[in-house]
Ligand binder design. Structure first.
Ligand code: RP5
Length: 154
């Protein structure tokens, strides 16, 4: 993620990966405040053993696109909800990649962070049958938790 301030949002991705027993590293890498850190991470991510990158950033959110430019790994971008434009700026900054360097862009905020983790897990599950089973269980439990009939609020 681009900043400590993104962690409140991106922790939802981390918690989701934890719940699926998917190992990950959570790092703060700012495309503009720590550009050298970004270059080092993105250019070595594959040889370091990473399989998928989830990049969350807000405002002029160039972290996902810059990461994708420097790694062949799949990159999923999470637009963090900004104070001034409610994340519309983050969303458009991440989603409008020119053809040639893809960033899979999720929804703004918590939903996007959770879904980025689920999407990353689905990619990893293509070569990990046990993880595929855990994803199936996640979905079954999610379905079972949805009541068929509404109740009045307390
Ligand atoms: C972006 O600027 C970060 O991803 C964050 O969402 C936003 C604000 O960062 P801080 O000023 O809170 O560090 O780089």
């Amino acid at each position: 993620m681009g900043s400590q301030s993104d962690w409140e949002t991106m922790k939802n991705a981390a918690d989701t990966l934890d719940s699926l027993d998917v190992p990950y590293e959570a790092r703060i890498i700012s495309a503009h405040r720590t550009p050298d850190r970004l270059v080092t991470f993105a250019t070595t991510a594959r040889e370091e053993g990473f399989k998928v990158v989830i990049a969350g950033a807000g405002g002029a959110a160039h972290l996902p696109g810059m990461t994708a430019a420097m790694t062949p790994l799949p990159v999923f971008g999470v637009p963090v909800q900004s104070k001034t434009m409610s994340g519309q700026d983050s969303l458009l900054s991440i989603v409008q990649m020119p053809a040639g360097i893809p960033v899979g862009t999720l929804a703004i905020g918590r939903a996007g962070a959770i879904n980025a983790a689920l999407l990353a897990a689905a990619v990893l599950a293509l070569s990990d049958p046990d993880l595929a089973d855990r994803l199936d269980i996640f979905r079954a439990e999610q379905s079972a938790a949805v009541a068929e009939y509404p109740v009045d609020p307390a």
